[in-house]
Structures are given as structure tokens and as C-alpha cells.
Design a protein around this ligand. Structure first.
Ligand code: AMP
Length: 496
């Protein structure tokens, strides 16, 4: 029995699966090359039996063929992040207990050293592939498929273990909700060590028999060029990417802007997720592209959980309702369900929820309550739609006895004429418990004093929500996904 992803691909043999900067690859190519890679990985074994294979390959066909090769050989794929320095790569390789490392020649120096030191098998993607396919194992879909490393707010990243049937559940839920078909064509611009890029874009596309156009590197002009060509039907990105696309549109000539807008008009769906989408960005993007972005909410551990509807009414600032096969509830600190209008922790139950934190049963136990995964995110239901208030640990600030949402304050601060970007955090304080503080990126040539900022904010926010300290920075600290790293923002206030 083949894995369902492979069975789906076999139905689309001659269709284009992957398009890279250099050329197009059919599903047949992908099936063939991945079976050769699987053969090479197996060496003489019949089944890798869930050995972990860490791989570091830039976005492109080789990445996908290797990921499929690992799965087809019965291994667990551990994708490494191309922007990580050596200690972080080493941590993932060691923590996952990888026995094989596959590397693109671009990363040979750093990874060969690690492989030699740890006595691991080392394979370069430039090595010649076997000239025949050996019998590949039957991989049960209950087996582990992926380990994705996700950073908490404290401690080292944890390995989130996802099985083949979790992938199936996550992907089929999104295919149903967003009506993916084999006529779709998506531009892939997201990191390939993260759930958003791996599941929502790459695997959904290939499961549906669609075309996945992979950019080897994110570049805003290239993205616009591809949109202008008018061949794409779908686009998915994080809010920071939409911000960059907006900035490039604003700089373009009137003529070019028309072409850019027309390119967006050819698409059937544009999605934002992985971080809160500022309402201003949504509105600006709508005026440029004609698309009211579909915002969704998800997490490495659960896949996607909440989404605005494909056809129905979408609301700015809201992430809609539970996706197919997903149950969501909101509970208070004592574990009681909260009614609409009251904030609570998002808990999720679905066939897509991960299996375990890799070799960390304590953390796994702690993350579940009565079979529900506790996300650590807070939300509120208003008019039947969920609104995300932020991570309980960093975005829910307890100040002078009040509980305030950093995301809500940020949404207001972004309407200040001099503020381009902002991040609100709670900084430990003897008097207030936590003090509301804001790191601000100003528009060019603008200045702002705490006094003028606070007098403006008094007109917009309850007094206890107004930041009492501000720091002006050139840019906000962000991770590889472009998400603001709040613990680093807090550190800025400790340094000052
Ligand atoms: P990751 O596991 O890296 O995908 O991060 C998941 C976290 O991103 C969630 O726990 C949320 O805190 C945040 N997140 C994802 N989607 C959204 C969204 N639409 N709005 C606000 N936060 C989001």
C-alpha cells in the first residue's frame, strides 16, 4: 500500500507538479526521482523504520523529491532551516537523533563537519542516484512522517511529531475548505521547515494535483513579476510579506501598478496566516489587489484550526470558524468553557493534532487536557467569529490588575500617522506587575516623544492600555517566518 500522497500523485502523472527557476517537473518525474532517492537512502535495508533523516536543501525540486524519498523509504523527515547558524542546526540534528544527513552542496561545509563529528551517514544531493529502483516498503499511515521544530517562549525548541495520517487530515481539511483542485497553481515563497510552507502550500498543492511554483529565494520584485504573469490561482503568505508587496506596489509607476493589480485579479484566493494580520494591511491590500485576504489561524502542533470562509462573509481582524474535522473550544483558567464575548484559551481536538513532542513525554502530557490540545493562545468569539487576542504567555499582559491584549493595542498604535510598525509587550515591573511597553518603527523622517505619543493614545485607548515606555527601533526583531519575536522585544527594554 502506497502512502495516500503517492497514490494521489500517480493520478496526475503527466501533469506539472513543480516549477522552479530553471524548469518544470511532472508528477511522473517527482515519483521517479523520489523513488530513486528512497532507494539510495535504504542502502540495503528494506525499511528505514522511522530513522530520522535531517535535510538541508534550498526551496526547489530537490527539496520535495528528498522529502518524498524519505517518506517512501519509511523514514521521518526532519527539515532544517536554511537561515539557521551551526549551533541551531546541530541542536535539531542531535535532538531528533538523526542517523542520516542529506545536504545540498551549498551547505556541505557546515553539515559534513557535524556528520563526521557525530558519525552520521552523509549524503550530498549532487551525488549520482542509483540506476534502478529497489522495492520500497509499505508505510502505514499511522507512522511518524515529520518532526518540525517549534520555538516556545522559554527553553529550547521542541520537535513536533506529525504522522502521515495527521498530514492527510490537515491537508484534506484545507483542500475541502479552500476548494483546491488540480487546476490550481500556487507560488511558493515560504520557508520549507515550517508547517505553513510544508503543509498549507506544498503538500496541499501536490495532494490536489495542482502546480507548485517554487521560488528559490524570496524576492519582492520576482513575486510581483510572477503575479503579473497572471498564471497563478492561489497565493499564501505571512503578514510581513504582504507589507513588503504593498511597499513595492506603492513605489511602482502608475502603469506598472495597473498590471500588478490586474495580476492579482486573476487569482481566486489570497490567504494570510501564521501571525496576526493588521487590519490596515488587510485594507490596503484590498485596495491594491481587490482581494479581501482570507485570514486563518493555526499552529505547528495542530495544523490549521480556524479560517474565514472561502465564499461567505469574512471579517477584518477575525479568523472565522473551525475548519472541517476540527473542534475548537475556549476555556478559562479553571478549565471551564467560556461563553461568547469572554476571552478564553483556544483548545483544539482534531485528527490533525500532532502525536507528541519528540522524546519529551512530560511536555506532551502538559500540552493536553482531556484529549484537547491547549494552544496557549487566547481568543474571543464575537458575532460567531473568533478573534485572536494573542499568546497567553507574551501577548496577554497583566498590568495593575487589568488583563490587556498586546495585539489589540498594536492594532490601535498602527493608526498613528508616524508609526509604521509596532510590537507591544509586558515588561516585569514592581509597581504594575507588568508594564505595557511598545517598540516602535517610525515612518521615515518622523519623530515621536513619549509625551506626544501618550497624549495621542489617550484619545484612542483606555488609560491602563497605553504604553508607559516606548523605544524607537529601526526594525523589529523577527524569526525566519517573519514573525516578531516578543521575548527579544522584551529584552530591548531590559537593555535600555
Ligand atoms: P507556528 O507554530 O510557528 O505556526 O506558530 C503558531 C502561532 O502563531 C499560534 O500559536 C499563534 O500564536 C500565531 N498565529 C497563527 N496564526 C495567527 C493569526 N491568524 N492571528 C494571530 N496569531 C496567529
Amino acid at each position: 500500500m502506497n502512502l495516500p500522497l503517492i497514490t494521489c500523485a500517480e493520478e496526475h502523472n503527466e501533469k506539472i507538479a513543480i516549477v522552479t527557476d530553471e524548469r518544470a517537473f511532472s508528477y511522473r518525474n517527482l515519483l521517479h526521482i523520489s523513488s530513486l532517492i528512497a532507494t539510495g537512502l535504504l542502502h540495503d535495508a528494506e525499511d528505514l523504520q522511522e530513522q530520522r533523516v535531517a535535510f538541508l536543501i534550498p526551496p526547489g525540486f530537490e527539496y520535495v523529491a528528498t522529502q518524498w524519498g524519505i517518506w517512501r523509504a519509511g523514514g521521518i523527515a526532519v527539515p532544517l532551516c536554511i537561515s539557521h547558524p551551526r549551533p541551531e542546526l546541530e541542536y535539531v540534528i542531535t535532538n531528533s537523533g538523526a542517523s542520516i544527513i542529506v545536504a545540498h552542496p551549498q551547505f556541505e561545509d557546515i553539515l559534513r563537519l557535524i556528520a563526521t563529528e557525530k558519525n552520521l551517514r552523509f549524503i550530498l544531493t549532487s551525488e549520482t542516484l542509483p540506476n534502478h529502483v529497489s522495492p520500497l516498503p509499505n508505510v502505514d499511515i499511522k507512522r511518524r512522517a515529520l518532526i518540525l521544530y517549534t520555538s516556545g517562549t522559554t527553553g529550547k525548541p521542541k520537535g513536533v511529531v506529525i504522522t502521515h495520517d495527521h498530514i492527510q487530515a490537515q491537508v484534506t481539511s484545507l483542500i475541502t475548505a479552500w476548494e483546491w483542485t488540480s487546476d490550481d497553481s500556487i507560488l511558493h515563497i515560504l520557508p520549507l521547515h515550517h508547517i505553513h510552507g510544508i503543509i498549507n502550500v506544498l503538500t496541499c498543492a501536490l495532494w490536489a494535483g495542482a502546480e507548485c511554483h517554487i521560488l528559490s529565494k524570496f524576492d519582492v520584485e520576482t513575486v510581483w513579476n510572477r503575479i503579473c504573469e497572471g498564471e497563478l490561482t492561489l497565493f499564501m503568505a505571512v503578514p510581513t510579506i504582504y507589507v513588503k508587496l504593498i511597499a513595492a506596489w506603492e513605489k511602482a509607476s502608475k502603469e506598472r501598478q495597473k498590471i500588478m493589480t490586474a495580476g492579482c485579479g486573476k487569482m481566486r484566493l489570497m490567504v494570510s496566516g501564521s501571525a496576526a494580520l493588521p487590519v490596515q494591511v488587510l485594507e490596503k491590500w484590498q485596495s491594491i489587489s481587490g482581494h479581501f485576504l482570507l485570514e486563518r489561524y493555526g499552529m505547528t502542533e495542530i495544523g490549521m484550526a480556524l479560517s474565514n470562509p472561502l465564499h461567505g462573509q469574512r471579517y477584518a481582524g477575525y479568523v472565522g470558524q473551525p475548519l472541517p474535522q476540527v473542534e475548537v473550544r475556549l476555556v478559562d483558567e479553571s478549565g471551564e468553557l467560556v461563553p461568547p464575548g469572554i476571552p478564553g484559551e483556544i483548545q483544539v481536538k482534531s485528527p490533525g493534532v500532532f502525536l507528541e513532542y519528540w522524546q519529551n513525554p512530560q511536555a506532551t502530557d502538559k500540552a493536553f487536557r482531556d484529549g484537547w490540545f491547549c494552544t496557549g493562545d487566547t481568543a474571543i468569539v464575537e458575532n460567531d467569529n473568533y478573534r485572536i487576542l494573542g499568546r497567553m504567555s507574551v501577548d496577554i499582559i497583566k498590568t495593575g490588575g487589568y488583563k490587556v491584549s498586546a495585539l489589540e493595542i498594536e492594532e490601535v498604535l498602527r493608526t498613528h500617522p508616524d508609526i509604521q510598525e509596532c510590537a507591544v509587550v509586558g515588561v516585569a515591573d514592581l509597581e504594575w506587575g507588568e508594564r505595557v511597553c511598545a517598540a516602535l518603527v517610525l515612518r521615515s523622517q518622523r519623530q515621536l516623544t513619549l509625551e506626544s505619543f501618550r497624549s495621542w493614545a489617550k484619545e484612542q485607548l483606555a488609560v491602563y492600555k497605553i504604553p508607559t515606555r516606548i523605544i524607537i527601533v529601526d526594525e523589529l526583531p523577527r524569526n525566519a517566518m517573519g514573525k516578531v519575536t516578543k521575548p527579544k522585544v522584551v529584552e530591548l527594554f531590559h537593555i535600555k
